[in-house]
Write a protein that binds this ligand. Structure first.
Ligand code: RFL
Ligand code: PHB
Length: 389
């Protein structure tokens, strides 16, 4: 088999890359380890930055997003018994949209298939060879047949636990956090129209949503937490305590899903070796506090699609040579923002009085200074694509 771009992974990065390339007249094949229904059901991110939404509109992927996505013009920071709104619309003139990652994935798969796109699910034993100049992807297809896919370039979009990153030597720059998030998805109507980030003496809590019927909630827990230790009753009780504020009530309802996610910052540099390009979680991850992971994956593949178009259609290597540096600028801005939000909002185990006072001072400054609030709003709603200093 032959194609121009062999894409490993059908998450937001791989699928959107395939879509953008097809619009430019470039062929690709997407190889995914899981089944279609698995990737369409996987509950993950929920916040789309303004530039992400604009891009999805520009490339014809926003019909359902514009109908079902929930536009938000701010968030609340809750601490020290008070609730403080950061008004994005007023501060930076744009907002975010709440729309589940799995909905983005469903829309992308439908668009690729309607367009005759080649997506192979349930492949296994993927190998990458010839990445210096003549790439070949080996894989076993869903029927158990061993296959070889020859391509001009490979896009490693296989997420944090994929195999692409391991195909070349790179530097890893990372940080582990001494806590995790317990997340639940509940069939309960949201009682508040925006996200709430709470810094409480018991630990961080986040109030989010997916639709007018479904609430998404998170609690800071120790990293080794067993999800079975958190009954629904205990989870609701703790959420009620940490999110409490005057006039705020939490609607409870059946818990549809519950899971524990570790927190880590991680960057692999560079993001390219020869004809292999990493994009999205395959190259970098952020703690979820800044809601940046999926947005970064999307920003990467926008740069990559343009660079590959120049290379494959005109033999112009400028874009592919700049790819890693261009992406890493935005990646490091998002790494900093996510680390900053994480440090400001979580209870640091073993924090001394000095650390705690600094945290409270940072929170008070962020909600009372227009300059500080604007910085949060600018980063949260997303810096324009391609313009990160
Ligand atoms: P993905 O989505 O992990 O997709 C990679 C795909 O590659 C497949 N794969 C392989 N396929 C073939 N062969 C192999 N050897 C393979 N190995 C892996 C996998 O099955 C998978 O389908 O990476 P991608 O496309 O880079 O997208 C990244 C995002 O998924 C991720 O950054 C976000 O989910 C992070 N994230 C959030 N991001 C946001 O922008 N906003 C949020 O509000 C947000 N909240 C979150 C999050 C992630 C969370 N978890 C569970 C990690 C909240 C949570 C709880
Ligand atoms: C979510 O709705 O899943 C979500 C929202 C904001 C975050 C992280 C996750 O910072």
């Amino acid at each position: 088999m032959r194609t121009q771009v062999g894409i490993v992974g059908a998450g937001p990065a791989g699928l959107l890359l395939s879509h953008l390339l097809a619009r430019a007249g470039i062929e690709s094949v997407v190889l995914e380890a899981r089944s279609r229904s698995y990737v369409e059901q996987r509950v993950r991110a929920g916040v789309l930055e303004h530039p992400t939404v604009e891009l999805l509109r520009e490339v014809g992927l926003a019909e359902r997003l514009d109908r079902e996505g929930l536009p938000h013009e701010g968030i609340s920071l809750r601490f020290d018994g008070g609730d403080h709104r950061i008004d994005f619309a007023d501060l930076v003139g744009r907002g975010i949209t709440v729309y589940g990652q799995q909905e983005v994935v469903k829309d992308l798969i439908a668009a690729r298939l309607a367009d005759g796109g080649d997506l192979r699910f349930e492949v296994s034993d993927v190998t990458l060879d010839g990445i210096a100049d003549a790439p070949v992807i080996g894989f076993t297809d869903a029927e158990g047949q061993r296959q070889e896919l020859h391509c001009d370039v490979i896009a490693g979009c296989d997420g944090f636990h994929g195999i692409s990153r391991g195909a070349f030597a790179h530097e890893v720059i990372d940080r582990q956090y001494p806590f995790a998030w317990l997340g639940i998805l509940a069939k309960a109507a949201p009682t508040h129209h925006e996200l709430v980030y709470a810094n409480h003496d018991n630990g961080f809590a986040l109030y989010s949503m997916r639709s007018p019927e479904v609430t998404r909630l998170y609690l800071q827990v120790p990293p080794d937490t067993d999800v079975n230790d958190w009954s629904d009753a205990r989870t609701w009780d703790e959420l009620g305590t940490r999110l409490a504020a005057e006039g705020f009530t939490l609607n409870e309802g059946p818990v549809l899903e519950k899971g524990v996610t570790g927190m880590r910052s991680f960057v692999a540099e560079p993001m390219r070796h020869g004809r292999l390009f990493l994009a999205g979680d395959a190259a970098h991850i952020v703690p979820p506090t800044g809601a940046k992971g999926m947005n970064l994956a999307i920003a990467d593949v926008r740069v990559l699609a343009e660079a590959l178009t120049g290379f494959l259609q005109r033999g112009d290597e400028t874009g592919i040579d700049a790819y890693s540096d261009t992406c890493l600028r935005r990646v490091w801005r998002a790494e900093h923002f996510s680390w900053w939000m994480t440090s400001m909002l979580h209870k640091m185990p073993d924090a001394d009085a000095f650390t705690r006072r600094l945290q409270l001072s940072q929170l008070r400054y962020t909600v009372s200074s227009r300059a500080a609030a604007t910085s949060l709003a600018e980063n949260y709603t997303g810096l324009p694509h391609g313009a990160v200093a």
